[in-house]
Ligand binder design. Structure first.
Ligand SMILES: [Zn+2]
Ligand SMILES: [Zn+2]
Length: 347
């Protein structure tokens, strides 16, 4: 089968690899209908996360049709149209039972094979999905397939960030970074009932998308976000900040925006060795700082009901390309060429 594989830093190839197949009795094989390229795929592409084997199929955002199941698979059937979170989960360990499926004792990340161990990704014609019964979910009726795909990662991650930042009735929430996750955090904060949601970025198209999703856009090249937030909150600052960038500068921005006693929810993936805020700053502002990988399998069940009333979030995809065009897709996404914000690949 064809797959977009990692060869080296900034070097991918569309190659033929071994067909996805049932290995364990709990596995399913999914024929991929749509696969998306995620900002976290760029961490691998750029070499910021090292250790992945050459020849690994990339990607962890996909939807498709089940074409084979192992003998222990009961809930998922051949022919089901399914979506997947970006990690597998057993549904039954201490962490899964507590909703922390991202830390499942047996969980694995799609699109990461290291020293021969791990899972290939979904930017391929087909993918093997272990623990299929507890990992996969059927595509919800009446939801556009591109929107359903987002529930497997960026929408779940956005909801996770908004919820952990305290988005709820009466709250004023700031979202730093209006990439796909930030936009989905805006959508989620509005859905969770936040009174006001401020979206901070500099790219006009992203700010416009945030506005369409219900946010008040703040172009930080033209205005001071802390000043805007203070004016909106009797001088206090945001009740909660979703930091959806993953840089020290974004952390600093969050510290400046949040009010005393507020919460910073970091959903951007950080690679720096130390916190960009000091223990003293956290103490002096009575801050709560929460971080971590979204338990997408758990949050999927949360966000899918939001999609049933005809919501179409497909507008966050700027490009729809074939798998064979995947190398080009990464290049324009990485270098932000051609207005690329998120790419959908159609194997
Ligand atoms: Zn992703
Ligand atoms: Zn588990």
């Amino acid at each position: 089968m064809r797959a977009l594989v990692f060869q080296d830093v900034k070097q991918l190839g569309c190659e033929s690899i071994a067909d996805a197949a049932i290995v364990d009795p709990g596995d399913a094989v999914v024929q991929v209908r749509l696969a998306a390229v995620c900002g976290s795929d760029l961490h691998i592409y750029r070499g910021h996360e090292a250790g992945i084997d050459a020849g690994t199929a990339m990607g962890h955002e996909f939807v498709g049709e089940v074409v084979a199941v192992g003998k222990d698979v009961e809930r998922i059937r051949v022919g089901d149209q399914v979506l997947a979170p970006f990690t597998t989960s057993c549904g039954d360990c201490f962490y899964c039972r507590g909703g922390l499926t991202a830390r499942c004792e047996r969980g694995q990340l799609f699109g990461w094979v290291e020293q021969g161990e791990g899972l290939h990704g979904g930017q391929a014609e087909a993918i093997r999905v272990p623990m299929a019964d507890s990992t996969l979910e059927r595509l919800p009726d009446g939801v556009p397939v591109e929107t359903a795909l987002l529930a497997g990662d960026v929408l779940s991650t956005g909801c996770f960030g908004a919820e952990r930042a305290g988005a709820g009735p009466g709250a004023t929430i700031a979202v730093i970074g209006c990439g796909p996750v930030g936009l989905m955090a805006v959508f989620s904060a509005v859905r969770l009932g936040a009174a006001r949601v401020f979206a901070i970025d500099t790219v006009p198209e992203r700010l416009e998308q945030a506005r369409e999703l219900g946010a008040e856009p703040v172009d930080f090249a033209a205005a001071s976000p802390p000043e805007v937030l203070r004016q909106a909150t009797h001088g206090r600052g945001a009740d909660g900040v979703v930091e959806a960038v993953g840089t020290p500068q974004a952390t600093r921005g969050a510290v400046d925006l949040v009010r005393p006693g507020g919460t910073i929810a970091a959903v951007g993936v950080h690679n720096e060795p130390q916190f960009a805020l000091s223990p003293g700053e956290a103490y002096d502002k009575n801050l709560t700082y929460v971080a971590g990988r979204c338990s997408a399998r758990h949050y999927m069940d949360r966000v899918i009901p939001w999609l049933r009333d005809g919501v179409d979030l497909g507008g966050i995809f700027s490009h729809r390309l074939s798998l064979e065009e995947g190398v080009h897709a990464y290049r324009i996404f990485d270098e932000k060429l051609e207005g690329c914000t998120k790419v959908l690949l159609k194997p």
